[in-house]
Design a protein around this ligand. Sequence first.
Ligand code: CP3
Length: 342
Amino acid sequence: MNDIFLKACRGERTSPVPVWFMRQAGRYLPEYQEIRGKSDFLTMCKTPELAAEVTLQPVELLGVDAAILFSDILIPLEAMGANLAFEEGRGPVLQPPVRGEDDINRLHHIEPERDVPFVLETIKILRRELADKVPLIGFAGAPFTLASYLIEGGGTKSFVNIKRMFFANPVLFRRVMDLITDVTISYLSAQIRAGAQAIQLFDTWAGVLTRHDFRDAALVYARRIFNELRPLGVPMVYFVFDGGHLLDLVRLSGADVIGLDWRTDIDTALFLMGDGNVVVQGNLDPCMLFLSEERLRDRIAEILFQGTMAKSHIFNLGHGILPEIPPEKVKLAVEIIHELSA
Ligand code: CP3
Protein backbone atom coordinates (compact mmCIF):
# COMPACT_ATOMS: atom_id res chain seq x y z
CA MET A 1 0.00 0.00 0.00
CA ASN A 2 1.13 3.53 -0.78
CA ASP A 3 0.81 5.12 2.66
CA ILE A 4 3.31 7.97 2.31
CA PHE A 5 0.46 10.48 2.71
CA LEU A 6 -0.58 9.01 6.09
CA LYS A 7 3.05 8.72 7.20
CA ALA A 8 3.73 12.35 6.35
CA CYS A 9 0.56 13.40 8.22
CA ARG A 10 1.95 11.68 11.29
CA GLY A 11 5.20 13.63 11.03
CA GLU A 12 7.42 11.06 9.31
CA ARG A 13 9.66 12.31 6.53
CA THR A 14 8.98 10.30 3.39
CA SER A 15 10.73 9.64 0.10
CA PRO A 16 9.18 10.71 -2.15
CA VAL A 17 7.10 13.51 -0.63
CA PRO A 18 3.38 12.66 -1.04
CA VAL A 19 1.26 14.80 -3.32
CA TRP A 20 -2.46 15.31 -3.86
CA PHE A 21 -4.32 18.36 -5.14
CA MET A 22 -7.34 20.20 -3.84
CA ARG A 23 -10.10 19.87 -6.48
CA GLN A 24 -8.17 17.10 -8.17
CA ALA A 25 -11.50 15.77 -9.44
CA GLY A 26 -13.10 18.47 -11.53
CA ARG A 27 -13.82 20.30 -14.71
CA TYR A 28 -10.20 20.48 -15.95
CA LEU A 29 -10.43 16.72 -16.61
CA PRO A 30 -12.20 15.69 -19.85
CA GLU A 31 -13.06 12.40 -18.10
CA TYR A 32 -14.95 14.43 -15.44
CA GLN A 33 -16.66 16.59 -18.07
CA GLU A 34 -17.88 13.44 -19.76
CA ILE A 35 -19.83 12.38 -16.66
CA ARG A 36 -20.76 15.96 -15.70
CA GLY A 37 -22.26 16.42 -19.17
CA LYS A 38 -24.88 13.84 -18.29
CA SER A 39 -25.81 14.93 -14.77
CA ASP A 40 -25.70 18.07 -12.67
CA PHE A 41 -23.17 18.54 -9.91
CA LEU A 42 -25.48 17.84 -6.95
CA THR A 43 -26.80 14.67 -8.58
CA MET A 44 -23.21 13.51 -9.02
CA CYS A 45 -22.54 14.17 -5.32
CA LYS A 46 -25.64 12.19 -4.35
CA THR A 47 -25.06 9.19 -6.63
CA PRO A 48 -22.42 7.03 -4.93
CA GLU A 49 -21.34 5.19 -8.11
CA LEU A 50 -20.74 8.50 -9.95
CA ALA A 51 -19.09 10.23 -6.99
CA ALA A 52 -16.80 7.23 -6.51
CA GLU A 53 -15.94 7.12 -10.21
CA VAL A 54 -14.85 10.76 -10.38
CA THR A 55 -12.95 10.43 -7.08
CA LEU A 56 -10.87 7.66 -8.66
CA GLN A 57 -10.16 9.51 -11.92
CA PRO A 58 -7.24 11.62 -10.66
CA VAL A 59 -5.76 8.66 -8.77
CA GLU A 60 -5.58 6.71 -12.01
CA LEU A 61 -4.85 9.56 -14.43
CA LEU A 62 -2.34 11.54 -12.36
CA GLY A 63 -0.74 9.10 -9.92
CA VAL A 64 -1.45 11.20 -6.81
CA ASP A 65 -0.78 9.68 -3.38
CA ALA A 66 -4.25 10.22 -1.89
CA ALA A 67 -7.86 10.24 -3.05
CA ILE A 68 -10.26 12.89 -1.77
CA LEU A 69 -13.94 12.10 -1.52
CA PHE A 70 -15.94 13.77 -4.31
CA SER A 71 -18.63 15.86 -2.63
CA ASP A 72 -19.01 19.46 -1.54
CA ILE A 73 -18.68 21.31 1.75
CA LEU A 74 -22.26 22.59 1.36
CA ILE A 75 -23.91 19.12 1.34
CA PRO A 76 -24.45 19.02 5.14
CA LEU A 77 -26.12 22.45 5.04
CA GLU A 78 -28.79 21.01 2.77
CA ALA A 79 -29.17 18.08 5.16
CA MET A 80 -29.73 20.63 7.97
CA GLY A 81 -32.71 22.05 6.12
CA ALA A 82 -31.13 24.80 4.00
CA ASN A 83 -32.15 25.11 0.39
CA LEU A 84 -29.04 24.51 -1.76
CA ALA A 85 -28.68 25.04 -5.49
CA PHE A 86 -25.71 25.37 -7.83
CA GLU A 87 -26.54 27.85 -10.55
CA GLU A 88 -24.44 27.76 -13.74
CA GLY A 89 -21.96 30.61 -13.66
CA ARG A 90 -23.19 31.88 -10.29
CA GLY A 91 -21.86 29.24 -7.93
CA PRO A 92 -23.73 28.03 -4.86
CA VAL A 93 -26.97 29.70 -3.73
CA LEU A 94 -28.62 29.15 -0.33
CA GLN A 95 -31.95 30.94 -0.26
CA PRO A 96 -33.48 32.28 1.88
CA PRO A 97 -30.40 33.37 3.86
CA VAL A 98 -30.23 32.76 7.62
CA ARG A 99 -30.53 36.20 9.21
CA GLY A 100 -32.85 35.90 12.21
CA GLU A 101 -34.07 33.60 14.92
CA ASP A 102 -36.87 32.13 12.78
CA ASP A 103 -34.38 31.18 10.07
CA ILE A 104 -32.23 29.32 12.60
CA ASN A 105 -35.26 27.56 14.04
CA ARG A 106 -35.84 26.02 10.63
CA LEU A 107 -32.39 24.34 10.70
CA HIS A 108 -31.79 21.09 12.52
CA HIS A 109 -29.07 18.70 13.62
CA ILE A 110 -28.28 15.84 11.23
CA GLU A 111 -28.01 12.11 11.57
CA PRO A 112 -25.53 11.24 8.82
CA GLU A 113 -26.77 7.67 8.27
CA ARG A 114 -30.26 9.04 7.65
CA ASP A 115 -29.58 12.45 6.11
CA VAL A 116 -26.44 11.94 3.98
CA PRO A 117 -26.34 8.16 3.38
CA PHE A 118 -24.94 8.72 -0.13
CA VAL A 119 -21.71 10.22 1.28
CA LEU A 120 -21.14 7.23 3.54
CA GLU A 121 -21.98 4.81 0.72
CA THR A 122 -19.50 6.60 -1.59
CA ILE A 123 -16.78 6.20 1.04
CA LYS A 124 -17.53 2.48 1.39
CA ILE A 125 -17.38 1.94 -2.38
CA LEU A 126 -14.14 3.89 -2.56
CA ARG A 127 -12.42 1.92 0.20
CA ARG A 128 -13.36 -1.26 -1.62
CA GLU A 129 -12.22 -0.02 -5.03
CA LEU A 130 -9.07 1.66 -3.79
CA ALA A 131 -8.19 -1.62 -2.04
CA ASP A 132 -5.59 0.28 -0.02
CA LYS A 133 -3.85 1.55 -3.16
CA VAL A 134 -3.84 5.07 -1.71
CA PRO A 135 -5.61 6.46 1.38
CA LEU A 136 -8.97 8.20 1.19
CA ILE A 137 -9.40 11.72 2.59
CA GLY A 138 -12.80 12.82 3.88
CA PHE A 139 -13.62 16.48 4.46
CA ALA A 140 -15.99 19.15 5.68
CA GLY A 141 -16.25 22.90 5.56
CA ALA A 142 -15.19 24.67 8.76
CA PRO A 143 -18.00 26.39 10.70
CA PHE A 144 -17.11 29.99 9.77
CA THR A 145 -16.95 29.14 6.07
CA LEU A 146 -20.22 27.19 6.14
CA ALA A 147 -21.95 29.92 8.16
CA SER A 148 -20.84 32.50 5.58
CA TYR A 149 -22.76 30.63 2.85
CA LEU A 150 -25.82 30.22 5.09
CA ILE A 151 -25.92 33.80 6.33
CA GLU A 152 -24.94 35.51 3.07
CA GLY A 153 -27.22 33.22 1.05
CA GLY A 154 -24.37 32.22 -1.26
CA GLY A 155 -20.94 33.55 -2.17
CA THR A 156 -19.98 37.11 -1.14
CA LYS A 157 -17.13 39.57 -1.46
CA SER A 158 -17.86 41.73 1.60
CA PHE A 159 -19.05 39.19 4.21
CA VAL A 160 -21.19 42.03 5.54
CA ASN A 161 -24.08 39.87 6.76
CA ILE A 162 -22.05 37.31 8.65
CA LYS A 163 -19.82 40.01 10.16
CA ARG A 164 -22.86 42.07 11.08
CA MET A 165 -24.39 39.09 12.90
CA PHE A 166 -21.09 38.36 14.65
CA PHE A 167 -20.68 41.96 15.84
CA ALA A 168 -24.29 43.07 16.31
CA ASN A 169 -25.96 39.85 17.42
CA PRO A 170 -23.31 37.59 18.96
CA VAL A 171 -25.86 35.40 20.74
CA LEU A 172 -27.56 34.50 17.47
CA PHE A 173 -24.19 34.04 15.74
CA ARG A 174 -23.14 31.63 18.44
CA ARG A 175 -26.31 29.59 18.04
CA VAL A 176 -25.68 29.16 14.31
CA MET A 177 -22.04 28.30 14.88
CA ASP A 178 -22.72 25.82 17.68
CA LEU A 179 -25.27 24.02 15.54
CA ILE A 180 -22.93 23.85 12.52
CA THR A 181 -20.10 22.67 14.77
CA ASP A 182 -22.23 19.86 16.22
CA VAL A 183 -23.34 18.85 12.72
CA THR A 184 -19.74 18.85 11.46
CA ILE A 185 -18.60 16.63 14.34
CA SER A 186 -21.34 14.07 13.56
CA TYR A 187 -20.70 14.34 9.84
CA LEU A 188 -16.92 13.81 10.04
CA SER A 189 -17.27 11.05 12.66
CA ALA A 190 -19.61 9.23 10.29
CA GLN A 191 -17.15 9.67 7.39
CA ILE A 192 -14.37 8.20 9.55
CA ARG A 193 -16.56 5.29 10.67
CA ALA A 194 -17.42 4.63 7.01
CA GLY A 195 -13.71 4.45 6.14
CA ALA A 196 -12.19 7.91 5.62
CA GLN A 197 -8.51 7.56 6.61
CA ALA A 198 -7.78 11.28 7.13
CA ILE A 199 -9.93 14.39 7.17
CA GLN A 200 -9.47 17.97 6.02
CA LEU A 201 -11.39 20.95 7.36
CA PHE A 202 -11.66 23.72 4.73
CA ASP A 203 -11.85 27.25 6.16
CA THR A 204 -11.89 29.07 2.84
CA TRP A 205 -13.21 32.38 4.14
CA ALA A 206 -11.85 32.73 7.70
CA GLY A 207 -8.98 34.78 6.25
CA VAL A 208 -11.33 37.79 6.06
CA LEU A 209 -11.14 38.09 9.85
CA THR A 210 -8.66 39.98 12.05
CA ARG A 211 -6.61 37.85 14.42
CA HIS A 212 -8.84 38.78 17.34
CA ASP A 213 -12.05 37.91 15.52
CA PHE A 214 -10.60 34.76 13.96
CA ARG A 215 -10.19 33.38 17.49
CA ASP A 216 -13.79 34.13 18.49
CA ALA A 217 -15.58 33.54 15.17
CA ALA A 218 -13.68 30.59 13.71
CA LEU A 219 -10.88 29.03 15.74
CA VAL A 220 -12.88 28.08 18.86
CA TYR A 221 -15.30 26.09 16.70
CA ALA A 222 -12.59 24.42 14.59
CA ARG A 223 -10.76 23.52 17.81
CA ARG A 224 -13.86 21.89 19.23
CA ILE A 225 -14.14 19.74 16.08
CA PHE A 226 -10.50 18.61 16.25
CA ASN A 227 -10.77 17.93 19.99
CA GLU A 228 -13.85 15.77 19.60
CA LEU A 229 -12.48 13.85 16.61
CA ARG A 230 -9.01 13.28 18.06
CA PRO A 231 -9.97 9.97 19.78
CA LEU A 232 -11.03 8.53 16.40
CA GLY A 233 -7.34 8.42 15.54
CA VAL A 234 -7.18 9.66 11.94
CA PRO A 235 -4.90 12.53 10.88
CA MET A 236 -6.62 15.92 10.57
CA VAL A 237 -5.68 18.81 8.29
CA TYR A 238 -6.81 22.43 8.83
CA PHE A 239 -6.65 24.65 5.77
CA VAL A 240 -7.38 28.35 6.20
CA PHE A 241 -7.22 30.03 2.81
CA ASP A 242 -5.59 33.49 2.82
CA GLY A 243 -4.70 32.93 6.46
CA GLY A 244 -1.05 34.02 6.46
CA HIS A 245 -1.71 36.55 9.23
CA LEU A 246 -3.38 33.84 11.33
CA LEU A 247 -0.86 31.01 11.13
CA ASP A 248 0.31 30.98 14.76
CA LEU A 249 -3.35 30.80 15.81
CA VAL A 250 -4.17 28.18 13.16
CA ARG A 251 -1.45 26.07 14.70
CA LEU A 252 -3.33 26.12 18.01
CA SER A 253 -6.34 24.45 16.37
CA GLY A 254 -5.20 20.97 17.33
CA ALA A 255 -4.94 19.79 13.72
CA ASP A 256 -2.06 17.47 12.83
CA VAL A 257 -1.32 19.17 9.51
CA ILE A 258 -1.48 22.86 8.59
CA GLY A 259 -2.52 23.61 5.00
CA LEU A 260 -0.89 26.66 3.41
CA ASP A 261 -2.03 28.77 0.50
CA TRP A 262 0.61 30.13 -1.91
CA ARG A 263 0.85 33.63 -0.42
CA THR A 264 3.00 32.58 2.53
CA ASP A 265 6.22 30.71 1.73
CA ILE A 266 6.72 27.57 3.81
CA ASP A 267 9.83 29.01 5.48
CA THR A 268 7.94 32.16 6.53
CA ALA A 269 5.00 30.02 7.68
CA LEU A 270 7.31 27.92 9.87
CA PHE A 271 8.79 31.09 11.35
CA LEU A 272 5.31 32.44 12.08
CA MET A 273 4.26 29.14 13.67
CA GLY A 274 7.20 29.29 16.05
CA ASP A 275 9.47 26.48 14.90
CA GLY A 276 9.96 23.70 12.37
CA ASN A 277 8.07 21.10 14.37
CA VAL A 278 4.93 21.34 12.22
CA VAL A 279 3.59 19.18 9.40
CA VAL A 280 2.71 21.42 6.46
CA GLN A 281 0.70 20.85 3.30
CA GLY A 282 1.04 23.05 0.23
CA ASN A 283 1.60 25.36 -1.48
CA LEU A 284 2.10 25.85 -5.23
CA ASP A 285 0.02 28.65 -6.74
CA PRO A 286 -2.41 26.73 -9.01
CA CYS A 287 -1.69 29.24 -11.79
CA MET A 288 1.96 28.19 -11.74
CA LEU A 289 0.76 25.10 -13.60
CA PHE A 290 0.75 27.46 -16.60
CA LEU A 291 4.56 27.82 -16.33
CA SER A 292 6.86 26.15 -18.83
CA GLU A 293 8.11 22.75 -17.70
CA GLU A 294 11.53 24.10 -16.82
CA ARG A 295 10.26 26.96 -14.70
CA LEU A 296 7.62 24.76 -13.05
CA ARG A 297 10.40 22.39 -12.05
CA ASP A 298 12.30 25.28 -10.40
CA ARG A 299 9.26 26.42 -8.40
CA ILE A 300 8.48 22.86 -7.29
CA ALA A 301 12.12 22.37 -6.25
CA GLU A 302 11.94 25.55 -4.17
CA ILE A 303 8.79 24.41 -2.35
CA LEU A 304 10.26 20.93 -1.75
CA PHE A 305 13.43 22.52 -0.36
CA GLN A 306 11.43 24.70 2.03
CA GLY A 307 9.35 21.65 2.98
CA THR A 308 12.49 19.89 4.23
CA MET A 309 12.58 22.47 7.05
CA ALA A 310 9.19 21.34 8.36
CA LYS A 311 8.62 18.23 10.47
CA SER A 312 7.24 16.67 7.31
CA HIS A 313 5.67 17.92 4.11
CA ILE A 314 2.72 16.97 1.93
CA PHE A 315 2.82 18.62 -1.47
CA ASN A 316 -0.38 20.31 -2.64
CA LEU A 317 -1.52 23.44 -4.38
CA GLY A 318 -2.26 26.59 -2.41
CA HIS A 319 -5.91 26.27 -3.50
CA GLY A 320 -8.01 24.17 -5.87
CA ILE A 321 -7.07 23.29 -9.46
CA LEU A 322 -8.75 25.69 -11.87
CA PRO A 323 -10.85 24.44 -14.80
CA GLU A 324 -8.48 26.21 -17.26
CA ILE A 325 -5.43 24.14 -16.28
CA PRO A 326 -4.20 21.55 -18.79
CA PRO A 327 -4.44 18.05 -17.26
CA GLU A 328 -1.09 17.02 -18.81
CA LYS A 329 0.57 19.76 -16.78
CA VAL A 330 -0.99 18.48 -13.56
CA LYS A 331 0.31 14.99 -14.32
CA LEU A 332 3.74 16.41 -15.14
CA ALA A 333 3.76 18.24 -11.80
CA VAL A 334 3.10 14.96 -9.94
CA GLU A 335 6.00 13.32 -11.79
CA ILE A 336 8.36 16.19 -11.06
CA ILE A 337 7.40 16.25 -7.35
CA HIS A 338 7.98 12.50 -7.03
CA GLU A 339 11.23 12.61 -8.99
CA LEU A 340 12.75 15.57 -7.15
CA SER A 341 11.84 14.31 -3.68
CA ALA A 342 12.81 10.65 -4.15
O1 CP3 B 1 -11.03 18.51 -3.89
C1 CP3 B 1 -11.75 17.65 -4.44
O2 CP3 B 1 -11.51 17.17 -5.54
C2 CP3 B 1 -12.94 17.14 -3.66
C3 CP3 B 1 -14.20 17.71 -3.96
C4 CP3 B 1 -14.52 19.13 -3.52
C5 CP3 B 1 -15.38 19.98 -4.26
N1 CP3 B 1 -15.59 21.12 -3.54
C6 CP3 B 1 -15.96 19.66 -5.56
C7 CP3 B 1 -16.58 20.72 -6.37
C8 CP3 B 1 -14.16 19.81 -2.35
C9 CP3 B 1 -13.23 19.41 -1.24
C10 CP3 B 1 -14.86 21.06 -2.39
C11 CP3 B 1 -14.76 22.05 -1.30
C12 CP3 B 1 -15.43 23.35 -1.45
N2 CP3 B 1 -16.61 23.64 -2.05
C13 CP3 B 1 -14.94 24.55 -0.87
C14 CP3 B 1 -13.72 24.66 -0.01
C15 CP3 B 1 -12.47 24.62 -0.80
C16 CP3 B 1 -12.22 25.79 -1.68
O3 CP3 B 1 -12.31 25.62 -2.90
O4 CP3 B 1 -11.95 26.87 -1.15
C17 CP3 B 1 -15.85 25.57 -1.18
C18 CP3 B 1 -15.73 27.03 -0.80
C19 CP3 B 1 -16.91 24.99 -1.92
C20 CP3 B 1 -18.13 25.66 -2.41
C21 CP3 B 1 -18.26 25.54 -3.88
N3 CP3 B 1 -18.52 24.38 -4.56
C22 CP3 B 1 -18.17 26.59 -4.83
C23 CP3 B 1 -17.88 28.03 -4.50
C24 CP3 B 1 -18.40 26.01 -6.08
C25 CP3 B 1 -18.58 26.72 -7.40
C26 CP3 B 1 -17.29 27.16 -7.96
C27 CP3 B 1 -17.04 26.52 -9.29
O5 CP3 B 1 -15.87 26.18 -9.55
O6 CP3 B 1 -17.99 26.39 -10.07
C28 CP3 B 1 -18.56 24.62 -5.91
C29 CP3 B 1 -18.79 23.63 -6.96
C30 CP3 B 1 -17.83 22.46 -7.01
N4 CP3 B 1 -17.38 21.75 -5.94
C31 CP3 B 1 -17.32 21.87 -8.20
C32 CP3 B 1 -16.54 20.78 -7.80
C33 CP3 B 1 -15.82 19.78 -8.67
C34 CP3 B 1 -17.60 22.32 -9.61
C35 CP3 B 1 -18.93 21.73 -9.99
C36 CP3 B 1 -19.14 21.61 -11.48
O7 CP3 B 1 -19.69 22.55 -12.06
O8 CP3 B 1 -18.83 20.55 -12.04
